[in-house]
Design a protein around this ligand. Structure first.
Ligand code: 3PG
Ligand code: MG
Length: 396
C-alpha cells in the first residue's frame, strides 16, 4: 500500500507538471463557501512551483453534460489565488491550442488552471484519445485528488498510464493516514458508523466487521438494526425491508469477533424540527407515535467507553439528526470525546465522508482528529475495501 511514488521521487524542475486536484468545492452565487479542499492542495502546488516546475492544474467541477459556463472552473480561480497568495492563470479549455498556448505562456514556478475536464466526454469515459490530448501538455502527472480517486477518469487514472505518475502531498498524507487506520492499525480498532441508511452502507459494514474489533452503529441506520432485533421503534426512520441484511451483518460480526455496539437508549421527539421537545427513553419504551432522532444518554456513555478502549478509531457518519438541535448531542459528545483521547495521545482517529466533516466542524473538533478526509464517495469506497483506480495506478 505504501509503495506508491511521491513528489520526493519526482524531478519537476523545468517540467510541465499536470497536477490533478479536487476543486469541486461548495459554491453559492458564484462564491466558494468552503475553501478546505483548496487549502489542502497548497503544499503540493507550492512544492512543485518552488522547485521550478510549471504547475498545470487539472480538475473537474460539478457534473456537467458538455460545456456549461455555470460549471466553469474560472469561478474557483480567485479563491485559489487568494488561498495561495499568488497569481493563478486560467485557460478556457483543458486540451488543444487554447491549453497549449496557456501552458507555453506561463514560466516555471507559475500556476495555471485548465478548464473543467468534464466539459469533454472523454474525461469520464477515460477515452485514450482524450488522455493523449491531456498528456500533450505535460511531462509528468501528479495525483493529488484522493477524493476523486474512486473515478477511473482520464485525468484521475488514464494519465497515470501514459505519463510518469506521482502522489502529491495531500494524496500521500491521506494514503498514509488511511493505512494507519485500517491497513496496519494499532489494535483495538473501533469504527463508528452513522448516517441515515443501511442501504448505502451495506458493503462498508460488511467490510468493517471483518477488519475492526468493535463497530458502533448510530444514526437512522441503527433503527434498522434495532428493528431487526425486535425493538419497537415507533415512527422512527428505518429500512424495515433490510432487517434480514442487518441480521446477516450482525451474524458476520459475531463470527469475526467484532462487537456490534448498538444504542441502548434513545432520544426521541414527536416532530422532526429544530428545538423539538426531546425525551430520553429506554429501548423497551419508545412511544409508538414518536421517532428516534439521536442516541440516548446511556448510549453516549457506552460509546465513550468503546472509544476509551480503542487505540485506533475510524469514523463515518453522524449518530443522530445532527443538523437539528438538540439531536446533535450524541454526535458532538462522541466526537469531543474522541478528540480529547486523540489530544491526550491515546488514540489515532481518522474521519471522513460527506456529512462527517460537517458534523466534526459543528462539534469544533475537526482539527483535533489525527486526520480528517475531505473525500465523500472515495472515503466510503476505501472503507468498503475497494481498490481505488486513481490510487492503484500510482503503485510502483
Ligand atoms: C467529490 O466532490 O466528492 C469528488 O470531487 C468527486 O465528485 P463526483 O462524485 O462528481 O465524481
Ligand atoms: Mg460526490
Amino acid at each position: 500500500m505504501t509503495t506508491f511514488r511521491t513528489l520526493d521521487d519526482a524531478d519537476v524542475k523545468g517540467k510541465r507538471v499536470l497536477v490533478r486536484v479536487d476543486l469541486n468545492v461548495p459554491m453559492e452565487n458564484g462564491k466558494v463557501t468552503d475553501v478546505t479542499r483548496l487549502e489542502r492542495i497548497v503544499p503540493t502546488l507550492t512544492d512543485i512551483a518552488g522547485r521550478g516546475g510549471k504547475v498545470i492544474i487539472l480538475a473537474h467541477f460539478g457534473r456537467p453534460k458538455g460545456v456549461d459556463p455555470a460549471q466553469s472552473l474560472k469561478q474557483v480561480v480567485p479563491s485559489l489565488a487568494h488561498v495561495l497568495k499568488r497569481h493563478v492563470a486560467f485557460a478556457e479549455d483543458c486540451i488543444g491550442e487554447v491549453a497549449k498556448r496557456a501552458v507555453d505562456a506561463i514560466k516555471p514556478g507559475e500556476i495555471l488552471v485548465l478548464e473543467n475536464t468534464r466539459f469533454h466526454k472523454g474525461e469520464e469515459k477515460n477515452d485514450p484519445d482524450f488522455v493523449r490530448a491531456l498528456a500533450e501538455n505535460g511531462d509528468i502527472w501528479v495525483a493529488d485528488a484522493f477524493s476523486a480517486s474512486h473515478r477511473a477518469h482520464a485525468s484521475t487514472e488514464g494519465l497515470g498510464r501514459v505519463l510518469p505518475g506521482y502522489a502529491g502531498r495531500t494524496m500521500q498524507a491521506e494514503l498514509e493516514a488511511l493505512e494507519k487506520a485500517l491497513g496496519k492499525p494499532k489494535r483495538p480498532v473501533v469504527a463508528v458508523v452513522g448516517g441515515a441508511k443501511v442501504s448505502t452502507k451495506i458493503d462498508l459494514l460488511e467490510n468493517l466487521v471483518s477488519k475492526v474489533d468493535a463497530l458502533v452503529i448510530g444514526g437512522g441506520m441503527a433503527n434498522t438494526f434495532l428493528h431487526a432485533q425486535g425493538v419497537k421503534i415507533g415512527k422512527s426512520l428505518a429500512e424495515k425491508d433490510l432487517a434480514e441484511t442487518a441480521r446477516r451483518i450482525m451474524a458476520k460480526a459475531d463470527k469475526a469477533k467484532c462487537a456490534i455496539i448498538l444504542p441502548v437508549d434513545a432520544t426521541v421527539a414527536y416532530h422532526f424540527e429544530n428545538n423539538a421537545p426531546a425525551f430520553a427513553y429506554g429501548l423497551d419504551a419508545i412511544p409508538s407515535d414518536a421517532m428516534i432522532l439521536d442516541v440516548g444518554p446511556q448510549s453516549i456513555e457506552r460509546i465513550h467507553g468503546a472509544i476509551d478502549d480503542a487505540a485506533t478509531l475510524v469514523w463515518n457518519g453522524p449518530l443522530g439528526a445532527f443538523e437539528l438541535h438538540p439531536f446533535d448531542k450524541g454526535t458532538v459528545e462522541a466526537a469531543r470525546h474522541a478528540a480529547k483521547r486523540t489530544r491526550d495521545g491515546k488514540l489515532l482517529s481518522v474521519a471522513g465522508g460527506g456529512d462527517t466533516v460537517a458534523a466534526l466542524n459543528a462539534a469544533k473538533v475537526a482539527d483535533d482528529f489525527t486526520y480528517v478526509s475531505t473525500a465523500g464517495g472515495a472515503f466510503l469506497e476505501w472503507l468498503e475495501g475497494k481498490p481505488l483506480p486513481g490510487v492503484e495506478v500510482l503503485k510502483a
